[in-house]
Ligand binder design. Structure first.
Ligand SMILES: CC(=O)SCCNC(=O)CCNC(=O)[C@H](O)C(C)(C)COP(=O)(O)OP(=O)(O)OC[C@H]1O[C@@H](n2cnc3c(N)ncnc32)[C@H](O)[C@@H]1OP(=O)(O)O
Ligand SMILES: Nc1ncnc2c1ncn2[C@@H]1O[C@H](COP(=O)(O)OP(=O)(O)OP(=O)(O)O)[C@@H](O)[C@H]1O
Length: 770
């Protein structure tokens, strides 16, 4: 069979089934691109209908570089050519697969399959973290990819060599499916609040159900979460609802990471308004990001970028957040102040945002004043259910991997959780080192390891699978219970960098990976910071069914026991919350740095923590701990002035080196004066700032400082003395009835600190007030 025949037959089958098909062209770069053009020609796809994802400027198609494959989100194409010669980014594969329409073709241009796993490309370069180089990167991800390309149905493989000889067809990818009975058209619900015309525009029963749920946005106090895999029509459902709401006079604000992704919302809303003859203005001249209904309808649908939308400009009646999982949690939270909100989100990791939405935002949504309704959509719209290309992609990128089901692990570690009262066998939980070969050889294990990371972490994406399998600096350790993964840690070697790289870093140059040495060297001006070798815990996660039983801590202590003799420190850096700070502190890590900007994905400030395991590590941790204690007071009054006071409390408690108080006699007198009138604080903030830092750091070591103040008093000190908020703001924030009450409370909070940290002179001074 010729290439043209293979391509035409694939397309025909794709069209007949409304599924997609995958055509893999192997060989030289130019030859595969030329073959792709011939194949698409033969398959009757015109060049303007094709998008090319790759680096070559020499193709007849619209081009998107792999690094910008995120732009494909929410777009659809009759054919997409993904060129993997320069690089093969797993994220780009995921996005390309999601953007091909039913009846369409995905064409992969790749090197010869036999040698592809061994070749090192531009993506591999990104995995080559110094001191490793690209030759140390493994090819496990691509080995697995090639096996799955050869094994899954619906995938044709044609070797075009260097383009001089006839292509050779390894497999034709045809699945010879039974003829399909087209599904019944969906029916409108009984007695809908939205016009029936809106439901007539729905393509599946799931979409009808989603639009019906979205009727709730017509009333304040409601939130609707629409969850689906890619291409189930959730943006369209939101658009149909937005149009119907505008028709009813509502002002609907739509936001999404990019307008392009929300285009379907606007397309559907426009149709609804046009159907009802209620679309104002001239569609050709209108701003595409704004739809106005005619005066008698009165509503509108408008787009704003997320950061602007979060300000809720002009007080919308309802907000639609499309692709919510791709936005930082911190930003999402701000939408909870709207009268009514809809969040649409993709269940599996195409968005590069993993399960952040479900992991962290959902809890906050349920705690909010909004009544929450959930709908999920499973029927695909752009292609038929069971589409083989989707099945292949889910498997290849582990997009649907999840942790072991709860009953399998429920008893793990139960013995350490005395409160549960269940019997458990401590020895049944085993510490295991998994190398990439173990994981590739055991699909169940790989799915549990990766699935646990995806479920627990805000930002796990297909690229991470390749990192897990191929990066030379990354290792996996886990606890298993009866063979199932109950806790997993992803570890990365850092530091031990040669002099020239350290100097490069110190002078502001970029060095891949090495997050902790980099921060300590370039931001904290310590050229020796990358001399010791460390192990950073990139990620740790315990199965949700068995958290708080000591498993995470046990995993960390096993890791420490295994690596203590090889490295100088263990470290971590993550979006800081009070609970996580306590977890790490409880495991012997101490804070040496807080980032001055919020992490874009978690919306939190990051904390960097160290747990030294050698003298060199102790030196490093000690000097950075000391510097941290010295500078943190000043950071909190400016860049960290909006940090959650409970994060501040926990971060300082987990710092190890208490700062010297070095207060003059006069400064102590000022402090004593504050117990009688806290207004004195405003005349000289430094002494109380130092005293507060000292107290909070000391309180963390379990000594006698611990119980001096209650949490509210500590928050008061943090807000006023460290973050220097105005008295009004502090009183308001902490629920004091008056400024006077707030100021008196500060004086009362200072009193026990003076007795604890002051000397005999201070005691004598205090007595004069009593
Ligand atoms: C670099 C990084 O990966 S930071 C991100 C860490 N991972 C995550 O946030 C993923 C989701 N969370 C988890 O998987 C787990 O909660 C982990 C890994 C943080 C802790 O694992 P566990 O097996 O529960 O730890 P362990 O039982 O040893 O310690 C629990 C303690 O950690 C603290 N903790 C941290 N996070 C939480 C949380 N979300 N809920 C409750 N306690 C928490 C508490 O102090 C808790 O003590 P408690 O049970 O007495 O209240
Ligand atoms: N009711 C509808 N009328 C017309 N076209 C629709 C409708 N629902 C979905 N579609 C089309 O189906 C495709 C997928 O729809 P949509 O973008 O709404 O899905 P999605 O679940 O948000 O997918 P994605 O995650 O890819 O953005 C789009 O091409 C869209 O135009």
């Amino acid at each position: 069979m010729t290439l043209g025949r293979v391509a035409a037959a694939l397309r025909e089958e794709a069209r007949a089934t409304d599924e997609r098909r995958l055509l893999v062209l192997t060989g030289d770069a130019t030859a595969t691109r030329e073959a792709a053009a011939d194949a698409l020609d033969a398959a009757d796809v015109d060049a303007p209908e094709v998008t090319y994802v790759g680096e070559s400027a020499d193709t007849p198609w619209e081009r998107v570089p792999q690094a910008r494959a995120g732009d494909l989100l929410g777009t659809t194409h009759a054919a997409l050519v993904l060129d993997c010669h320069e690089e093969c980014r797993p994220n780009a594969i995921g996005r390309a697969v999601g953007a091909v329409d039913g009846g369409g073709l995905l064409v992969l241009c790749v090197p010869p399959l036999g040698s592809w796993p061994e070749r090192r490309d531009a993506f591999d370069e990104t995995l080559a973290v110094p001191p490793f180089d690209v030759a140390d990167v493994a090819g496990n991800f691509r080995t697995r990819l090639v096996e799955l390309l050869r094994a899954h149905p619906g995938i044709a493989i044609v070797d075009v060599g260097d383009g001089t000889a006839d292509p050779s067809v390894e497999r034709d990818g045809l699945t010879d499916p039974a003829p399909r009975v087209p599904p019944d058209p969906p029916t409108a619900p009984e007695d809908p609040a939205f016009p029936v015309d809106v439901y007539d525009r729905c393509l599946t029963d799931d979409q009808v159900a989603a639009v019906e749920a979205l009727e709730a946005l017509d009333e304040p106090g409601n939130a609707v979460v629409v969850e689906a895999d890619r291409g189930r029509g959730k943006s369209s459902a939101a658009g149909l609802a937005a149009g119907a709401l505008a028709l009813g006079g509502r002002d609907v604000l739509v936001t999404a990471p990019q307008y392009r992704g929300a285009a379907e919302v606007f397309a559907r809303a426009r149709e609804v308004l046009a159907d009802a003859d209620a679309l104002a203005g001239d569609p050709d001249e209108d701003d595409p990001e704004r739809l106005e209904a005619t005066d008698d309808a009165g509503g509108r649908v408008r787009f704003e970028r997320p950061a602007t939308a979060a300000e809720l400009p002009d007080g919308p009646d309802a907000v639609v957040v499309d692709e919510a999982a791709a936005l930082p949690v911190r930003l999402l939270e701000r939408f909870l102040d709207t009268p009514a909100a809809a969040f649409t989100t993709t269940v599996h990791g195409y968005e590069g945002a993993g399960r952040g939405f479900s992991v962290r935002f959902r809890d906050r949504l349920y705690e909010s004043d909004l009544a929450v309704r959930d709908v999920s959509m499973t029927d695909p719209i752009r292609y038929a259910a069971g589409d083989p290309v989707e099945v292949w992609a889910f498997r290849a990128l582990l997009l649907d991997a999840g942790p072991a089901v709860d009953p399998l692990v429920a008893d793990a570690g139960a013995d350490t959780a005395a409160a549960t009262g269940t019997d458990g066998d401590p020895d049944s939980v085993a510490y295991r080192a998994f190398d990439a070969a173990d994981l590739v050889a055991d699909e169940h294990l790989l799915r549990e390891v990766f699935g646990l990371l995806v479920a627990a972490h805000y930002q796990t994406e297909p690229d991470d699978l390749a990192r897990l399998l191929d990066a030379p600096n990354v290792a996996v350790r886990a606890l298993t219970y009866e063979g199932h993964v109950v806790s997993v840690a992803l570890l990365a070697r850092e530091g031990a960098l040669p002099t020239d790289l350290r100097a490069h870093m110190y002078e502001g140059g970029r060095v891949r990976g090495n997050m902790i040495p980099d921060v300590l060297t370039s931001q904290l001006r310590d050229e020796r910071a990358a001399v010791p070798e460390g192990l950073r815990v990139l990620r740790i996660a315990t199965h949700h069914a068995v958290r708080s039983r000591g498993l995470g801590s046990r995993l960390l202590s096993e890791v420490r026991a295994e690596f203590a003799d090889d490295v100088d420190w263990l470290g971590t850096g993550y979006g800081a919350t009070p609970e996580l700070l306590r977890f790490w502190q409880g495991n012997g890590f101490s804070t040496v740095h807080l980032s001055t900007t919020r992490n874009e994905s978690s919306g939190e400030y990051s904390a960097v923590m160290l747990a030294p395991t050698s003298d060199a590590g102790r030196d490093l941790a000690e000097r950075h701990g000391r510097w941290f204690a010295d500078r943190v007071g000043a950071m909190l009054s400016d860049p960290l002035a909006d940090m959650d006071p409970d994060v501040v409390r926990a971060a300082l408690r987990s710092a190890d080196v208490a700062p010297a108080l070095d207060l003059s006699e006069w400064e102590w007198r000022l402090l004593v004066g504050m117990t009688g009138g806290a207004g004195i604080f405003d005349t000289s903030p430094r002494p109380l700032r130092r005293l507060t830092v000292r107290y909070l750091v000391d309180a963390g070591d379990g000594g006698d400082a611990e119980a001096l103040l209650n949490p509210r008093q500590e928050r008061l000190l943090v807000r006023k003395a460290l973050q220097t908020h105005t008295w009004e703001a502090v009183a308001d924030d902490l629920g004091f009835h008056s400024l006077g009450q707030c100021m008196r409370a500060l004086g009362e909070a200072v009193r026990p600190l003076l007795s604890r940290f002051g000397d005999a002179n201070v005691e004598a001074e205090l007595e004069r007030f009593e």
